[in-house]
Design a protein around this ligand. Structure first.
Ligand SMILES: NC(=O)c1ccc[n+]([C@@H]2O[C@H](COP(=O)([O-])OP(=O)(O)OC[C@H]3O[C@@H](n4cnc5c(N)ncnc54)[C@H](O)[C@@H]3O)[C@@H](O)[C@H]2O)c1
Length: 370
């Protein structure tokens, strides 16, 4: 099969969908790998590494899209890429169709086979191609929070781990899923006093078994949240209601109970945020202040560390890409229920319920297109 990797052109997107090791593995299995010049540079993978791995470099995206039977990307095709889409070509990437009607209609019209990273789902409900980005964001939330706690960044001037004789900082984490657990591990590792709150008792029981002793686990309710944030130096927002907006667990009035110069990193900002006063920010201008509390609301945190994010993402996506290349999309999706759940649009039909619901479009069963 011909596997194509265009350079990402969405603003500030430096990740790439295939690393040289992946190109080598595909080429070694007899596939042709066509990579746009410069595709890996933002993640630190120079063109010659792909050539050494057995890929062919091509000068522009249109050559990749014209030749490839399977296009591997990171972000959804942007309008400049829509004219390049071809009927029956497989596109494997993050799409987030339900959030964008124009994107959905462009793909219905062009009729490629769209397999969305974000809906590939294991039988136990896990979303294996979202998990690595939550891991990155959770870990990065502590790094960013520690930075903005510094005085010159506007913070309280507190070192997360303290020093012998001086108490460490208090870190409060709202939500103990993938983001929250990764944030807790990082903060605890730095020596902070960590309080992690979750609604799910089952999840709290699991976390109690795996977290170090400087992580206190509490059931999340209005009382525990208010009590915790009053003592916090750093608050991390990490709740998720699947398919819904994040609940506002910290209201505007609640900020008055917090210590001046404390920092909030609301990782859940991409779902509306769990802090009422959060709004999305960018890596170029990540923070703002409300009532003396620093707010960090970067909606694409993994984009700040593209090398790590690319490797984490491709570790998870590559086995599926390899299967699509080896078997073809129909046999691969018949064989693998997780990949089948990734099918969103096929041949001009919506086959994923949430996308059909979002825009009142007819829904075809995935099995009917296989
Ligand atoms: N900003 C970014 O760059 C970025 C990157 C990755 C993920 N995210 C976002 O981070 C959020 C968390 O993602 P995740 O992968 O950790 O999700 P997850 O499903 O693994 O975890 C969410 C947790 O929130 C808990 N929860 C739900 N309601 C709660 C409440 N009222 N109080 C306390 N806990 C509650 C759930 O029980 C669950 O354990 C999502 O909104 C995700 O989209 C953002």
């Amino acid at each position: 099969m011909i596997v194509g990797v265009p350079r990402e052109i969405k603003t500030n997107e430096n990740r790439v969908a295939l690393v040289p090791a992946g190109a080598e593995a595909l080429a070694g299995h007899g596939h042709r790998v066509v990579v746009e010049r410069g595709a890996g540079v933002g993640s630190g993978f120079a063109d010659d590494l792909y050539v050494k791995a057995g890929a062919e470099l091509v000068p522009d995206a249109s050559t990749v899209w014209r030749q490839a039977e399977l296009v591997c990307k990171v972000k959804e095709p942007v309008p400049a890429e829509w004219p390049l889409l071809r009927r029956d070509q497989v596109v494997f990437t993050y799409f987030h169709f339900a959030a964008d009607e124009a994107l959905t209609r462009a793909h219905l019209k062009a009729a490629p086979v769209c397999i969305a990273y974000e809906t590939v789902q294991l039988p136990n409900g896990e979303l294996p191609l979202l998990t690595p980005m939550s891991e990155v964001a959770g870990r990065m939330a502590i790094q960013e929070g520690a930075k903005y706690l510094e005085k010159l960044q506007g913070g309280r001037g507190v070192l997360l781990g303290g020093v012998p004789g001086v108490a460490p900082a208090e870190v409060v984490i709202l939500g103990g899923g993938v983001v929250g657990a990764n944030a807790a591990k990082m903060a605890a590792g730095l020596g902070a006093i960590v309080t992690l709150l979750d609604l799910s008792l089952e999840r709290l029981r699991y976390l109690a078994d795996v977290m170090p002793p400087n992580v206190r686990l509490l059931h999340s309710n209005r009382h525990t949240i208010l009590d915790a944030i009053a003592r916090a130096d750093l608050v991390i927002g990490a709740v998720l209601i699947p398919g819904g907006k994040a609940p506002h667990l910290v209201g505007r009035e609640d900020l008055k109970r917090m210590r001046a110069g404390a920092v909030i990193v609301d990782v859940a900002v991409d779902q509306g945020g769990c802090v009422e006063t959060i709004h999305p920010t960018t890596h170029a201008d990540p923070v703002y202040v409300v009532d003396e509390i620093i707010h960090y609301g970067v909606a694409n945190m993994p984009g700040g560390v593209p090398r790590t994010s690319t490797m984490a993402l491709t570790n998870a996506t590559f086995p599926y890409a390899r299967k699509l290349a080896a078997l073809g999309w129909k046999a691969a999706c018949r064989d693998d229920a997780a990949l089948r759940a990734g099918l969103n649009i096929v041949g001009g039909k919506v086959v994923y319920p949430a996308v059909a619901e979002a825009f009142g479009l007819p829904l075809a069963e995935p099995e009917s297109v296989l």
